[in-house]
Design a protein around this ligand. Structure first.
Ligand code: ZN
Ligand code: ZN
Length: 186
């Protein structure tokens, strides 16, 4: 499937958004306050959001929970229903743009949309393309036992099982290697 620059950005954004939820309940929330949200918006170069408020923070945390369920959806139909709800609640106004030197692409968020609606519309549509392409199963959660972070598997044969943010694949690889060595030595 063709993944445009903007879709790629939206995917990175939604994965990072979902993963601001701490893995352990004792850890800090990555979107604990307004400053954290402002930092998130700056880091992902989210345009046209204006000044942010506490209401924005609450709304973004709410859609974060909804996006999280998309990555846990059991099949395409379940994912489609979740995405439809997200996008419908945000309202969309598809329009072509070539802002900031990027090639022509489509923005889905309505002009003047809040940050939460902006994310729901554009990230929701980015995920929708995976369902349309029959690739919903690429929207995954890391299989490492103590992880579960969301990621998008863009590997050719959909073989990725672990996220890369904490080198989960490596940790398991090392554990398996050690186990084999131990077996051989014993
Ligand atoms: Zn754009
Ligand atoms: Zn992981």
């Amino acid at each position: 499937m063709l993944i445009t620059h903007d879709t790629r950005c939206a995917l990175d954004t939604v994965v990072d958004l979902v993963n601001t939820v701490p893995e352990e309940t004792s850890a800090a929330d990555g979107l604990s306050d307004l400053a954290a949200l402002e930092q998130f918006v700056a880091a992902h170069e989210i345009s046209d959001v204006g000044s942010l408020t506490e209401e924005d923070l609450t709304a973004v945390r709410e859609i974060r929970g909804r996006f999280s369920t998309v990555f846990a959806a059991s099949d395409a139909r379940a994912a489609a229903e979740l995405i439809n709800e997200l996008v419908a609640a945000a309202g969309t106004t598809p329009r072509l743009t070539d802002h900031d030197g990027y090639d022509w692409h489509i923005h889905y968020f309505a002009p003047g949309a809040s940050i939460a609606d902006h994310l729901a519309a554009d990230c929701g549509m980015a995920l929708a393309f995976f369902v349309v392409a029959g690739e919903q199963e690429r929207l995954r959660r890391c299989e490492a036992p103590d992880c579960g972070r969301a990621f998008v598997d863009l590997s050719r044969n959909r073989s990725r099982r672990y996220c890369d943010s904490r080198t989960c694949g490596n940790r398991l690889h090392v554990a398996a290697y050690r186990a084999r060595r131990k077996e051989a030595a014993g």
